[in-house]
Each structure stands twice: as C-alpha cells, then as structure tokens.
Design a protein around this ligand. Structure first.
Ligand code: BF8
Length: 655
C-alpha cells in the first residue's frame, strides 16, 4: 500500500489519500513530524508553572528528583492533571454559561418588546418570532424550574425562563460554601452523601463539604490557585480538588448547557438521520457547522431555510443549501432536527478535502487551526463566529445573540455566494453514509419505555442485560480512527451490555450502523441484548448527544440509582473514552469516576511519572468515591476489564 491506514472509515481513508496526492498536510503528517514526542511530557513530569523552570524529573529514579522549588514527580503530575481538568471543566462550563446568558437575554428582550407594545401573549410565552431565541420546550422549562424549587404557579413562561437562567448563572459565581443549586436539584441523596464524605475518607477532613462543588467558576479558579508555585503539594488534596472541579462541570456547567439547550431548542426525541462524509451533496451549497454551541448552529440551520437564500443559491447554479454537522455542534442539530452529521473530530480536514464545502462555520472547541490551511487549497471559507475563538486566515463574522437571525443569514449568504468559486473538477465526495436512530434524551428513553425505567431495570436484574456502558469522547490520531470505538462497542454488546454514548464516539457508532435496530441481529450483539432491543424496537446502542450531554447519562444513572435506593457507584455501569484526546475528556472521565462510574481510558493520560498519583487514580478512589480509572490501550482487554467490573457490581447487588 502506498499510504498508511489512518482510519477504519473508508471515507476518511479516501480523503486522506487524496490529500496526500494533492500535497496537502493533515493531522497525521503533523503527528508524524512531532515524533518522537517528549517523554517527560508523556509521563507528566515536566513543570512549567513558574519561571525558575521549566523543570523535569528523572523518570528512572536518578537525579533530578525534584524541581527547583522542591516539588517531586507526584506533585508535578497531580498539578498538571488538575490543570487539565480545570481547562476541560472551563470549556464545558463556559459553554453552559453562554446558553444561560442566551436564555436570559431572550427573556429580557421579551420583556422589553412587551413594554414597547408588541404582542404580549406571544412574548409572555416566549414564542414570538421577533425574539432571536424562543422557548421551544415549555414542559422542560417547567420541569427544570420545579426541580430547582422555583414556584411555577401563576408565572408566565418568560418569567420562568428568566428565573431558571438566573439560578443557573448564580451557580457560576456564588461564593457561599453550599453545593451548586443544580447539583442539589438533580443528584440523588445517596451519591450526595458520597461527595460529602469523600475528602474525610481520603484523610483530608478540612475540605468543607467534601468534594461538593460550591461555584462552577470558583472551583476552576481554585484549581489554578492550588497549582501555582508554592501552594498545594499533596497529590491527594490536589486530586480531590480535581474531583470537585470536575463535578462542577458535570452537575453544573455541562448540565446547565444540556438542560437549557433543551428548553431553548427542544428536547431531542427519537428521529432517523444519516452520518458520514457521504451526506455532502454535489449539487448543493454545502455548509458544515463545526464546534459545540447550538446557540449558533441552530440559527444557521434556520437561516439555510430562508426562501430568499435558497433562491439565491439556485440563481448561482446550486439546487439548494445543505447544512451538515461536524463534531458536537453537529450532534446537537442531529439530535434535535435530524440534520446529517458529516463526521467526527478527525474528519474536519477531510470534509474540506472533498472540495465541495462552501463554508465551514465554526464556534468553539475541537476546531483545528489547520482547517484554514487546508481550506486555502480549495475555495472553502472558514468563518469564525465566537468572540473567544479567532482563527488567523479565516473570515470573522462574530456572533451576537441579540442579532442572531441577521448574522446567521449573513453567514449563510457568504457561503452561498461562494458556490460559483467551486471548481467542479476538483470535487470528490465519498459515497458512504449510514443511517441511524438518534435523539435518545432521558425524556425520550422514558417515553419509549412507557414512562419509567422499569423495563430496563428489570432486564438488568434478570440478567438479559448485564449492565450499561457509557461510551464517550474523541478521536486521537495516535489510534487508527474509530478502531477502538467500534471494537470496544462490539466487545461489550457481545457480552449483553447495553451502550449509551455521546460525542465523537456516537458519530463513530452511527457511521458503522450501530444505531440501527437491525444491528441487534449481527454477531456483535449478545442474545440477551438482542432480545431486549427487539422487544423494545431500539438499537443495541443509544445516541444521547454531544459531550455536554454526558450529563444525560448521569441523569439516567441517577434515576436508576434512585429507583434502587443506592449510590450511583453501586450500579453495574461503566464508562469509557476509547480514543480520548481533549482536556474536556479528562474532565468527563474524572466526573464519571467521582460520580461513581468506573471509567476506562484508551489513551494513557500524562500521569505515569507519578506512581502515587497512578495509585490514587486506579485504586484508592474505589475507597473514596466507589469508582476509579481503568487504563488499557488494548480494546479487547479493556472491554473484558469493563465487563468484569459490571459483573462485580452485579454480584455486590446480589443480582
Ligand atoms: O466535546 S468528543 S473531539 S468534538 S472533546 Fe471534541 Fe472529543 Fe469530539 Fe465535542 Ni467531546
């Protein structure tokens, strides 16, 4: 073979080879140029936290054993890990803040318009088309308000939306020692107790309220403070604060993002859609929405339906406008509207290499700056929209929620007007795409099972289903794209483990047909899971959305834990990030574990240089929060370890 195999996805492989033929550099060449990667960095023993450094510790036991300040390997590794968790939690949570602010802005605009004499009823119901954002799911708004203890009687939707947004925003900046309002509203008492007692169990009773997060922003700031030169040096307390910070992400920032997005854009319901690069259309203006925040992508989807813009596209020779997704914002519009998803993380450059993309519209997170360089080889325009993410060489059309419709139309128009610049001879769109059912929000799952989780719980107790695995996370070019995602999925399903998943794992699973009910008939699914899936007309794996929607998995686990009156850690449930890459994935893994879900990582995080840290993460945490990390690069061994954990939990539950 002329080129190496970078993916098990034939569309990626085809576009990668095309890029190589064209002399276009992609992520795999850049990874190669980084070889050999720094051993100190890989082990986590390099410290750059002050200017006496950089310092690095000899991983073979010789000198230097300490940094200039005296920090040893474990302190350095733990500090570096805490900074990763904090950055991941910050990214998710800032996304959540943006959604909360959008809900608040919409409610305030409704109030203002009402004062100006515009139709009162529509504005009170937040259903007016004069508003840039409306409340699409009134039921969910009421349900969230009730959970938060907000009186709903006699209030308009507008008033409720404002109050919910205010409680959410308060959770970011509050300064008292109480746990987050959202956490208190969503978490079952038994797991709450685990959080409360965790620090004491770890021998650090001075942690007031254990690892219960107090303020989403506060825990992130404290992470930076603790890891500043000369502050916290005990790997135990550093890591305990890591758990706390990640829980502020889980039961705070990410949860707020998911719940308020459902309120604004609708709670996902089961819907059929398509995935992979084959969703790009040769005769259409193709717009790829890429990034994370549906505050933008929802508006692009809407604007692309504008009759004037469609007419313009037709005038310029296209049949219409085709919006497709990439990464998590793609999953957001996939889950809610069935907008096709073109790919996961490692396909962002590949989409451009088709030569058929008029614009890639990006917001925040997981967007490679290299997209701009690849786009230069074609007519594709990279349009950056977030004031906090600017890409040199891109077109900047910065988004403002107050003028969302106007700006979204401008973006779509820019894409449409770029269609005549497409060179038809240079277009090559891979044909492969795959259908699948998506939209399994907790609400949709409950509806499917007739209003409760009893059927699922009974199947678990009976042993038809052995347990549930939450699969999440990225692609990483260190692993052949999607290989571990699919291998681990199949190995677990073969053992009758029901899968739920999000993020780039979910897109991977969809591309291989795992979200089709008929996948249950394949040899990759065990007899018990097959029977259950058929009985209920579901695929053997459920797509629960984007990465912030990992909180949907937590809420689901919480409901089961409540029904069984146990903490989450007692459940036959595991997590896995088979191809983890981002700091967000580190935060997710940590909050899964902190919440009681033992979690596998398929990529070794930069911690091996700190033996104490490794022991805490993989062993001691079982005694502190009832769950820990499993690190195993081999997908077959990993699936076996995860299954063993599920069986252990079943035994402990006596089922
Ligand atoms: O939040 S799975 S590569 S796209 S970080 Fe990024 Fe990882 Fe994909 Fe979304 Ni999640």
């Amino acid at each position: 073979k002329k080129y190496k195999e970078v993916s098990i996805d034939s569309t990626t492989q085809q576009m990668y080879e095309r890029a190589r033929e064209m002399g276009i550099e992609t992520v795999w060449e850049r990874l190669e140029k980084q070889q050999p990667q720094c051993g100190y960095g890989l082990l986590g023993v390099c410290c750059r936290n002050c200017m006496m450094g950089p310092c690095r510790i000899n991983p073979f036991g010789g000198e230097p054993r300490r940094g200039v300040c005296g920090a040893d390997a474990d302190t350095i590794v733990a500090r570096n890990l805490l900074r990763m968790i904090a950055a991941g939690a910050a990214a998710h949570s800032d996304h959540g803040r943006h959604v909360a602010l959008t809900l608040l802005i919409a409610a305030e605009m409704a109030e203002k318009f009402k004062k100006e004499g515009k139709p009162v009823l529509e504005l009170d119901n937040m259903a007016s088309s004069t508003l840039p954002y409306q409340v699409r799911d009134v039921e969910k708004l009421k349900a969230v308000a009730e959970r938060l203890g907000i009186e709903t009687e006699g209030k308009t939707i507008r008033e409720l939306a404002k109050e919910v947004a205010e409680v959410a925003l308060h959770d970011f900046g509050k300064q008292d020692e109480e746990a987050l309002a959202f956490l208190k509203a969503y978490l079952n008492p038994k797991t709450y107790e685990v959080f409360e007692k965790a620090a004491e169990k770890a021998g650090m009773p001075w942690f007031e309220n254990g690892i219960l997060p107090r303020g989403i922003d506060r825990e992130i700031v404290e992470s930076l403070h603790r890891t500043h030169i000369g502050t916290d040096h005990d790997p135990v307390s550093i890591l305990l604060h890591g758990l706390k910070t990640s829980l502020g992400d889980a039961w705070g920032g990410s949860l707020i993002a998911t719940e308020l997005q459902d309120i604004l854009f609708g709670t996902p319901q089961v819907i059929k859609a398509e995935a992979n690069l084959g969703v790009l259309k040769e005769d259409y203006v193709n717009i790829v929405v890429h990034g994370h925040e549906p505050v933008l992508s929802e508006k692009i989807v809407e604007a692309a339906q504008d009759p004037e813009l469609i007419e313009l596209a037709q005038k310029l020779g296209a049949k219409g406008i085709n919006v497709v997704g990439m990464c998590c914002t793609g999953l957001e519009v996939l889950m809610r509207h069935g907008i096709p998803i073109a790919g996961n993380f490692l396909q962002q450059e590949m989409a451009i290499v088709t030569g058929a993309v008029e614009a890639m519209v990006v917001d925040v997170q997981c967007i490679m700056p290299a997209t701009v360089d690849v786009a230069r080889c074609f007519h594709t325009k990279i349009i950056d929209t977030s004031p906090l993410a600017t890409f040199p060489g891109a077109i900047h059309i910065k988004f403002d929620e107050r003028r969302a419709d106007e700006i979204a139309k401008e973006i779509v128009k820019t894409a449409v007007e770029n269609f005549p610049n497409r060179s038809k001879q240079r277009v090559e769109i891979p044909k492969e795409k795959m259908a699948g059912y998506v939209g399994f929000s907790v609400e949709a799952i409950l509806k499917h099972f007739g209003g409760s989780l009893k059927p699922l719980e009974e199947a678990i107790v009976e042993g038809k289903i052995k347990g549930v695995a939450g699969l999440v996370g990225c692609n990483n070019p260190k692993i052949k794209q999607d290989h571990n995602h699919i291998k681990i999925a199949n190995e677990l399903m073969k053992r009758d483990v029901l899968l739920i998943g999000t993020g780039c794992w979910a897109t991977a699973a969809m591309k291989y047909g795992i979200f089709l009910p008929e996948y249950a008939d394949t040899e990759n699914v065990g007899p018990g899971l097959r029977e259950f899936a058929k009985e209920w007309g579901i695929p053997p794996a459920l797509n629960m959305g984007s990465c912030v929607d990992c909180t949907r998995m937590l809420v689901l686990a919480d409901l089961i834990a409540r029904d069984l009156n146990v903490p989450i850690s007692a459940l036959p449930v595991v997590g896995s990030a088979p191809e983890a890459m981002t700091e967000k994935a580190v935060s997710i893994g940590t909050y899964f574990v902190a919440s009681g879900i033992t979690t596998h990582l398929g990529i070794i995080p930069p911690v091996l240089g700190g033996p104490k840290v490794v022991k805490i993460l993989t062993q001691d945490l079982y005694d502190i929060v009832g769950a820990a990390f499993i690190v195993e690069p081999d997908p077959y061994k990993a699936a076996k370890l995860m299954y063993d954990h599920i069986m252990k939990k079943r035994k402990e539950l006596g089922i």
